[in-house]
Design a protein around this ligand. Sequence first.
Ligand code: NAD
Length: 270
Amino acid sequence: MSYSPYLLKGQKALVTGASSGIGEAIARYLASSGAAVVVNYHSEGESAEKIVDDIKAAKGEAFAFQADVSKEDQVKAMFSKMFQEFGTIDILVNNAGLQKDSPLVDMSLDQWNAVIGINLTGQFLCAREAAKEFLRRGVKPDISCAAGKIICMSSVHEVIPWAGHVNYAASKGGINMMMRSIAQELAPHKIRVNSIAPGAIKTPINTSAWDTPEAEAKLLQLIPAKRVGDVEDIAKAAVWLASDDSDYVNGATIFVDGGMTLYPGFAGNG
Ligand code: NAD
């Protein structure tokens, strides 16, 4: 990791869904950039404690907290614990998410509600709690020139329709307008709200898309960069959005997708 341990020094961060994949990498990168980190996880048996141990072994500060981001009482309990342990919050990374795939006609209401509840409502619940604290505390110039930063994990599917994944695509399309509306509302208070929209990244969320040479070759047809992304590609963007280096960036979606949203199927067509 190439980031300065002073970049986010003194800042307190919460990363949801940080026990795996993209969230884990972001938690580790934020910690190595100097932030104290809450490693949120959902289920017993996830590797949150190992991540916390690694951060502490590198002289960082972290603790793990189990909470389902779709449950209001659990989100409130998580923020209470964070304020008790760290005093405040400077950076929220709204990352937790999942897929429950099905053709439209077979999709159950439970599958729909689960994905909207975690991917969209979960981000709303956490953003609301973080924003209350940002507004209460205001800017601390020795910590950051912003009163707070929120990073929403979106997806290329906030713009690319996805057959067989209507719940997921709808949740990410919702993130786009939620993020921009919150950014518009909070910008006058020096709060920055942005999204990262990953393309295909190697994590446990969708292994079948790249775990055989045939599947990977098919996937690469959609990626001009001709490689599947790594979690580090996303974590580096998250550190930048969390830092004052991106102070003039607000309400933006940063696509980190190797060019997937360039619609490469159209190249050379007509
Ligand atoms: P992952 O499965 O490795 O990680 C998902 C994380 O979310 C896990 O830590 C899991 O425990 C957590 N989680 C699930 N339900 C939760 C709940 N109710 N409450 C709290 N945490 C919960 O997947 P990932 O690929 O790292 O996904 C992270 C985010 O990135 C998601 O929002 C996903 O939609 C987004 N994303 C991923 C890709 C990709 O290709 N991997 C592409 C675009 C967007």
